[in-house]
Structures are given as structure tokens and as C-alpha cells.
Design a protein around this ligand. Structure first.
Ligand code: IPM
Ligand code: MN
Length: 356
């Protein structure tokens, strides 16, 4: 997409505090679009727990066609106390990721200035890497079943699915991203080849094959358990990590906490193909107990908007938002924790707008 093209953004505020943080993301988008001359169009969608309880369906027929007309979706949060776990996660979040083939889940782990990390002696210079998580396969494929369910002989199977195409496109994107990022130019494959000797062997061989096309990128391999250890001990070692869906899910929560918590961590579900619809979200949940109190941190959602701008070709605007976030965390906010920011949710949004 070029910057002359109109940026079409669908907003799904979702459940709990989702709409509150999404509103701040939209506020910052409007402000930066004005400053950078970006032509945009916004549309709100009321998908989430409340609508599901009213209508009995998570996503109505036609939702995909409608959303497919947008370049990107901004998702606040999903998770409703009256809806059984799994229904909204599978029926909305995972469905959108799969249906729009958002095969990259991009999760930067970046410690902003002024933000506290639980890692002793580490600062913003040490914690700045990116996890590229495969987003459509693995244990998330939903392949499996029960045998003799509910009996003492019950068997449950859940199969991890890995395809050459699926891992190759993710690995290649990660090499491209590492090149473009142009920092240490180091890409680490994180997997578990010593135990998952079929699926992760495919990942390993594919990684070696694709690496030959990128001689300027230094490559490395970590088993996932060792990676958890190094992320805590030597986060500065990492530049870009590429990993499978399930391991990526787990290590990015670890990444989230070392960058200051779920109030800060943002992710992008990206379909990099021309005409693809990507989805950007704060990594935190819907935090029902904080709903309507104006205490939740919108920084992660604003960072998700910056990612959306970067991925849609508006790099200058993205950098502008990122710098504004850093000014606000570094010089204004008292904490990144809900209720302890020193400002309300919408005041933080205003501060970022002023800092643009
Ligand atoms: C995430 C979440 C989701 C995932 C859940 C809600 C299905 O944990 O985005 O990391 O496992 O991918
Ligand atoms: Mn997760």
C-alpha cells in the first residue's frame, strides 16, 4: 500500500475495557493522520461478548466479506465474564486470524523509557527485540478429538499441524523483517527440535534452506526452554526471534512482562500479501473489573496503531507515534499499571496526541 491510498480501518472495540483503549488508539490515529496528511476511513463493529449473548452468534455471516474490504482491523479486547472460555477466543480472535490468513503474529518486546521492568539491571538499551510468531498452524489448527469421552478409558488427541508452506512463508518474512529492521541482523529460530523430531525438524530444515538466501543475516537456534532463560538473563542478545504458534504464544507473555506488562505490549496479526486484511491488538485482555473506570492503560493499543501505520506503509507516522509514546512514558506517566498511571485512560491518549 502506498501513502496516497486511503487507509481503511475497521474498529472492533470488543469486550470489557476493549472499547476504552480502542477509542484512545483511534484518537491518536486521527491526530497523526491530520499531521501527516493521511487519508483514512473508520468503521465500528460491535462484535464481542454482548452481541453474542444477544444474538447467539459471535460473527454473523457476511462479517468476513464486510471486514475484507478494510486494510486493517483494530481489536480492543475480547473476553466476557458471562461467556464460557473459548467461545469468543475461537469464534472471533482465532477465526479472524485464520480466515484472513494473518500468518504473521508480530510482537515487539521493547522497553520504553521510564517503564519499569522486573529484570534487575536492564534498561531500554537491553530490551528491544521482536518475536515473529507463526499464526495459523501448530496446535492452534484445532485438529483432534475424543475417544470414549467421559469414561475412565477416555482418550484426547490434539494434533500439531506444520506445513512446508506455512513455516516457509513465516520464516522468509522473518528474514526480510530482520534485514529491514537493520539492527543486529540476527535471526534466532526458537523451537524444540530435540523432542518434536518431525514437526520442528521441518521448521529446522526450512530455516536452513531460507537462510541461504540471506547471507547478511546471522542465524542462530535456541530450544524454547533455553530461550525463556536467556530472555530473562540476556535479553540484549536477541534481535529477531522466529517461532511456532504455541511457543510464540508463551514466550510473548514472558516478553510482555519484561517490557513492562500487558498495558504496554502490542501485537500485529499480519497478512502481508497484497490486499490482505491485517489485525492489530493490545496483548492484554478485557479486564472486566476495570470496565468503565478509565484506569486501564491505552499505551499498548496506541503502540498497535503505530504498528498498523508501519505495516501499511506510513512509516513516518508510525515513528511519530512511537516517539510520542516514549515521551509520555518517559516524562509523564507514573506507572504502566492500571489505576497507577497518574492519569486516566483518556488523559494518556491526550498526552500522546500532544506529544506528536
Ligand atoms: C494471544 C492470546 C490468544 C492466543 C488466545 C486468547 C486464543 O493468548 O493472542 O496470545 O493464544 O493466541
Ligand atoms: Mn497469548
Amino acid at each position: 500500500m502506498t501513502s496516497e491510498k486511503k487507509l481503511k480501518l475497521a474498529v472492533i472495540g470488543g469486550d470489557g475495557t476493549g472499547p476504552e483503549v480502542a477509542a484512545e488508539g483511534v484518537k491518536v490515529l486521527k491526530a497523526v493522520a491530520g499531521l501527516e496528511g493521511i487519508d483514512y476511513e473508520l468503521a465500528d463493529f460491535d462484535y464481542g461478548g454482548d452481541r453474542y449473548l444477544k444474538t447467539g452468534e459471535v460473527l454473523p455471516e457476511g462479517a468476513f466479506d464486510e471486514l475484507a474490504a478494510f486494510d486493517a482491523i483494530l481489536l480492543g479486547a475480547i473476553g466476557h465474564p458471562e461467556v464460557a472460555p473459548g467461545i469468543l477466543e475461537r469464534g472471533l480472535l482465532l477465526k479472524l486470524r485464520f480466515r484472513f490468513d494473518q500468518y504473521i503474529n508480530l510482537r515487539p518486546v521493547k522497553l520504553y523509557p521510564g517503564v519499569e521492568t522486573p529484570l534487575a539491571g536492564k534498561g531500554p538499551g537491553d530490551i528491544d527485540f521482536v518475536v515473529v510468531r507463526e499464526n495459523t498452524e501448530d496446535l492452534y489448527a484445532g485438529v483432534g478429538g475424543f475417544l470414549k469421552k467421559g469414561t475412565p478409558d477416555e482418550v484426547a488427541m490434539q494434533t500439531a499441524v506444520y506445513t512446508r508452506k506455512g513455516c516457509e512463508r513465516c520464516i522468509r518474512w522473518a528474514f526480510e523483517y530482520t534485514t529491514k529492521r537493520n539492527r543486529r541482523k540476527r535471526l534466532t529460530l526458537v523451537a524444540k527440535t530435540n523432542v518434536l523430531t518431525f514437526g520442528h525438524d521441518l521448521w529446522w530444515r526450512t530455516f536452513q534452506d531460507v537462510a541461504r538466501e540471506y547471507p547478511d543475516v546471522e542465524t542462530d537456534y535456541n530450544h524454547v526452554d533455553a530461550c525463556c532463560m536467556w530472555m530473562v538473563k540476556n535479553p540484549e542478545y536477541y534481535d529477531v526471534i522466529v517461532t511456532t504458534n504455541m511457543f510464540g504464544d508463551i514466550i510473548t507473555d514472558l516478553g510482555g512482562i519484561i517490557q513492562g506488562g500487558m498495558g504496554v505490549a502490542a501485537g500485529g496479526n499480519i497478512n502481508p500479501e497484497p490486499g490482505g486484511t491485517s489485525m492489530f491488538e493490545p496483548m492484554g485482555g478485557s479486564a472486566p473489573k476495570y470496565t468503565g473506570k478509565g484506569v486501564i492503560n491505552p499505551i499498548a493499543t496506541i503502540a498497535a496503531v503505530a504498528m498498523m501505520l508501519e505495516q501499511s506503509g506510513h512509516e513516518t507516522a508510525a515513528e511519530r507515534v512511537t516517539r510520542a509514546i516514549q515521551l509520555v512514558t518517559g516524562t509523564k506517566m507514573k506507572s504502566q499499571a492500571a489505576g497507577k498511571m497518574g492519569y486516566s485512560t483518556s488523559e494518556v491518549g491526550d498526552l500522546v496526541c500532544e506529544a506528536l
